[in-house]
Design a protein. Sequence first.
Length: 551
Amino acid sequence: MTPFENEIDQLLTQAEALLQDEKPSEALTLLDRARKLEPKHAWMILFRGVALGQLGRVDEAVDQLITAADGNQEDVDIQVDAARHLSFLEQYQDALICAKRAVSLDEADAGAQGIYGEVLERMERIADAVPYREQALLLDPEDIDSRYYLAVDLCDLGRYAEATAIAEPLVLQFPDDPDIIRLHGACLSYQGHHEEALARWAELERYEGITPNLLHNRASTLDVLGQSEEALTTIDEAIDIEPDLAMNYYTRAMIKEHLQDDAGAVEDYLETLARDPGHLDAIINLVEIATTVDIIPAVLERVDHLLETTEDDAKLRYARGRLLMENGELTRGAEEIAAAVQREPAMGIAWYTLTMLYGMLADLEAAVSASDQALRHFPDDAGLWFHRGLALHDLRRFPEAMESYDRAIQLAPEDPIPWVQLGRLLLLDLERPKDARGVLREVLRLQPDNQSAPWMLGLCYLRLGQIDEAASILHTLLGGEPDHLWGRLVRAAFSAQHGDLDTAFDDLSVATVQGYDTRLLLNEPLFEPLWADTRFASMLSAAKDMPADEA
């Protein structure tokens, strides 16, 4: 023990108490005395970082915290505390480094697991944080913070039943704690137990009085219960108390939607964005209402006004792009949304929208690239896989297109649309009629009135030599619509294979009148019996003279 060790310990103990009381200036005075005695003491350096952080001297604070952590890489406690305070100062990558060190030093340390989860939470990586919170609670089942924050995380992820199971022991242990009452009320509300949630809000009022948060929760619950008029009065009270809170305007907008006050809802969604430009749900709802009630130009003007003061806000740029898109200005919409993802590459919804936009603009390579970005955020979205398949299909990247259609089908097996496109790909592009046959049969099982599957299935049967099945399909198809273009073409192929050339040419004439380019038949072996006939040459000549727009 050094002569000064006891004195240093006393100084650090007193300084720590002062920091807990948020008296950083007084703590610094003691820490400066300790520094004179031992300039490299790890906890002295760390506490100086905490004190400087409380004083708002962030750069100096970060320097001290990192110095303490880097100089004591084998000390779990130093790493945990450095991570916690770096996280408070929003230095998340540095905090993550310290948290990783702590876990690697001792995986059985509940504090190390907990701080790793805490840093991830602050980085809004809730799903990643949950395993560390779970491990922390497993290592120390009595730790209140681990249980509470794990329940909050599960609630945020929509795992409400699990959140409730984790939170209920806290409710029993701390029945008067407002934070725990609030958490339990949220869990109940999300699980549809709205009357019980209202009772929780009443308890919360006893402990905290009337607060904007309480009024917001009560208004949301009343609205779900169908008591929208009372909900509106309640949220108005919340806004009167705290007029700058974006969340309250968003909730009021939703209540007004339920009261069919679209104009009022639009105004409140705009008020939400004025206070929180990154509120994506408000943007999505705003675009939907503006499109439904046909007021896009007026809303665009308001969004442009918001962008005058926050022109670099990615989500507002996304809002502008969506509104332009819904207004039919696809190219300008794509430019705005592309500008949004340049500013915020992790905005999955923007990549998703770009996938659709580029597809509509026939910019197929861009559509595939955007879909690949979007799938990082929505890997289980069947529609996204389907649209990726369409773009790849049009690019003639057939194996990749087939994989995308297959993935869409795995995710939404009852949706007939991906099945149709897969059947078309297998039959017409990959020339695999046996495989296409099964796919197209599935289409008709899912959607018996589908207009595309029957003629393709008839073509499958012809290519496979299943003449009776082909005849049955044609009878059904043309019985309902005698001049069905593709039905006539398939029947022309059927007749050509049977040597009935007159019927084949009659059917081709009907198809040609509807705009079909007969030259395409030169690529179809089923029509080979017609190629030597003079009537076929005449059809080819007429198709050659057809105006480009008709062809």
